[in-house]
Write a protein that binds this ligand. Sequence first.
Ligand code: CP
Length: 313
Amino acid sequence: MKIKRKDLLGIEELSRKEIETILETAESLKEISERAIKKVPYLRGKTVVNLFFEASTRTLASFALAEKRLSADSFNLSSSSSSVLKGETLLDTARNLEAMKIDFVVIRHSMPGAPHFIAKRLEASVINAGDGTHEHPTQALLDLLSLKEKFGKIKGKKVLIVGDILHSRVARSNIWALKKMGAVVSVCGPPTLMPYKMEDMGVKVFYDLNEAIPDKDVIYVLRIQRERQTGGLLPSLREYIELYGITLERLEKAKKDVVIMHPGPINRGVELDPRVADGKHSIILEQVTNGVAVRMAILYLLSGGKSAEISES
Ligand code: CP
């Protein structure tokens, strides 16, 4: 199966079939990262620019590794190292890069819709690596892959997303992704960090974590985004930890085999107790491993590859 789209901008517009194709392709490509020589020629001759205008460790590193493992030529640009510092607009930056005959732009930007804005104006494929509080589609896809590996199937699994739902692009993308795959999704967080009419997204809303936890298969812990808290919506950190922190004591209320996920970076001791982050329920580092495979799959499929065509190169 092929993906018939130029860009990957969000989970909202992806069909279940497209998501399954990305996951199946990622499963096939994952073993390349286990080889002594971690390289296949699928993107040979293609050029990728990683345009990261917001900080990143996991997403930038895993895109860069995915590009290298597929033999693409790639380089990174950040706002602090580009002519954005001199006042150049995003569109001018993108058009100048395209004039150098690039094939892909991977973009992270603080403005929701920035990837969509340039995708409409460029011939190159655009991949959204996180746009403000809107979407983080590759994160949601790597999370689905991690859940598929853990459970075999996602349909029917009860997933609780905990934390700052209001500012979280990870929550938004994951809610769409999980629901498309048939999971039962709930969210829990302080009322001030819960979007208005959250139930309209087809999720159950909790404000009391102790009520929300007991029957869930997965607790997906969100990062407290101190950089996006501008309106005094967050109670004090001490109060947040008390009410919404995932601690060992709180895990005692959960199912014995509950799975703990987090997109990173973790505020250790705030949203997540270090003993839980590093404990037996956590699949946080498996999520990171799967990030490379998912990003390889997206680059491969957007460049015209078919999921069934991956061979023993
Ligand atoms: N999960 C995630 O997007 O992490 P980075 O900000 O480090 O890329």
